[in-house]
Design a protein around this ligand. Sequence first.
Ligand SMILES: [Mg+2]
Length: 295
Amino acid sequence: MGEPVKLTELSSSDFKEFLNSFDHVFSDCDGVIWAGNPLPRTGEFFKKMKQHGKTVHYVSNNSLRTKQDYEGKFKSVGIEDGYENLTLPSTAIAEYLKSVNFNKKVYCIACNETVKLLQSNGFKIVEGPLVSPDFYQEYLQYLEDDPEVGAVVIDADFKVNLAKLYKATTYLRRPEVIFLNGATDRYVPMKPGCMALGTGAFTDLIAEDTKRVPIQLGKPGKTFGEFAMRRAGVTDPSRVLFIGDMIEQDVGLGKNTGFKTLLLLSNTTKEEMQAHKTIKPDYYAESLASIVPLL
Ligand SMILES: [Mg+2]
């Protein structure tokens, strides 16, 4: 495994070679294009990439935002066609279920936007309960199977509780029940220097209890990377540069799918990047703004 190369320290001929090594840019959003507020010069970066003949697509694990919110965020940095070119776990989950002609009920431990998107695609959703009782005895009801449920979907639910975990694990004990996972984030950046547990940790509990491996329809799952490629009309993963700020999700997705990877040090320090035992990006930089002058 080679050591990551700092993009802004390349000679101009090496930088040219780097630019010629890919045709498509796939970019994460949170921590790359905005971090709450827009990050500087990000719209400019993608405009320049297009001028260099690259296609540009966006790939996020964040299904929580509404379409309007995403459109507003893209527009705020001057990206006009962001939402149309955005791939999310929620869209991948809907497409997956369609591809297997799924017609049973879907049990969802997921955020509102994912549930709404699945419903708008015609799927029958069951959820809840929202409130968990105070005694184990009252949980027996959640261990009752419902043969009508044919899939369990997990994607960033902040209202997860023990009753929901009981239901999911009960359905998943039937091997034919499809197990789909969206956002996998076990840790999320909460404030500078502070990573905290993310909702992805709950999937691990369910997977461990049922000895089932979910189909990963979020970063860093290869199935998700391939889905993003199909949406973008890309056939050769080695001609994709994936840009992200998280080692596990973004660089991990790139490695699993065969993309070139660029890590931005907005939520990861250089030391953390260098210390990672198994995943290293091909390139790194401080921010998109630091690369703009080279383009
Ligand atoms: Mg990010």
